[in-house]
Ligand binder design. Structure first.
Ligand SMILES: O=C(O)CCC(=O)C(=O)O
Ligand SMILES: [Fe+2]
Length: 267
């Protein structure tokens, strides 16, 4: 893994709100990430069709969102090799350095496999969905296949992480629903972020982004992880928190439960 950063890369991330790191994984690592992710998804899908960590699988296959991706969360919980990949301290240091924070906890990992001819991913921001608000939250998105403009690579509105609020915009059936809340972004160009297999795309939790439809007959596979700066506090939203833990929390409590949100790196 190419986890060392240049000052230019850090500056690009902070200015634009995202950074592409080409050849992040070696060919051997890429093969391992692919087989581990495929295996963990198989395990997750076999467990239960109603598992809360399968966001959109099988419930209503005709629904728009079910055809955006196969979306499986918290694979590290059920798959030791995935846990080893996700809990890597160097990965934590990398994203913590970009964010400029002292410690990094996992919010959730997430496999996002856009199916052949899968729908686009509507423009959205990530952090407003989560149970904490932080301008320094971020995600890594690792391409397991070449992500291209044909098969649904990511698109970003550079700089919007500096302007967005924590108010949710959801992910809607209309690609541009976000402009109802942020009309000032409508005239701006969205920038495609094609990424070769094994590359990493890292983005701020407040940047406006989406992805194209998959216009090919092959899947566009990605393995991702969302990160929370250590010390972040509960904002009242459940998101992916299990019921018992959610009910035990008061707004303002520090989210420092290592079972839920493992601390993978600290200065
Ligand atoms: O993979 C996609 O299509 C969307 C990914 C995304 O929104 C994210 O990683 O935050
Ligand atoms: Fe997102």
């Amino acid at each position: 893994m190419k986890t060392e950063l240049t000052p230019e890369q850090i500056q690009t991330y902070r200015d634009q709100g995202y950074l592409i790191i080409a050849d992040f994984l070696t060919p051997q690592e890429l093969e391992h990430w692919r087989t581990t992710t495929e295996d963990a998804i198989r395990l997750r899908l076999a467990a239960s069709a109603t598992d809360a960590n399968i966001m959109n699988n099988q419930r209503d296959p005709d629904a728009f969102y079910a055809q955006v991706f196969t979306q499986c969360l918290r694979l590290a919980d059920i798959h030791p090799e995935m846990a080893e990949l996700m809990f890597d301290e160097d990965l934590g240091r990398l994203v913590g350095t970009l964010a400029g924070v002292d410690g990094i906890r996992i919010w959730h990992d997430q496999a996002l496999f856009k199916k052949p001819y899968g729908n686009f991913t509507g423009f959205h921001m990530d952090n407003p969905f989560w149970s904490f608000h932080s301008p320094d939250a971020l995600s890594i998105w690792i391409a397991l296949d070449d992500a291209t403009v044909e098969n649904g690579c990511l698109y970003y509105f550079p700089g919007t992480h500096k302007e967005a609020t924590f108010e949710s915009v959801g992910i809607e059936h209309n690609l541009g629903s976000i402009f109802k809340q942020y009309p000032q972004w409508r005239e701006r160009p969205a920038v495609a972020a094609p990424a070769k297999a094994g590359s990493a795309v890292i983005h701020n939790g407040l940047i406006a982004h989406g992805a194209g439809a998959n216009m090919t007959n092959k899947p566009r596979r990605a393995m991702t992880c969302a990160y929370m700066p250590d010390g972040s506090t509960f904002n009242g939203q459940q998101n992916i928190l299990p019921d018992a833990y959610f009910k035990s929390l008061k707004i303002g409590d520090v989210l420092n439960n290592n079972e839920q949100n493992r601390l993978i790196w600290h200065k």
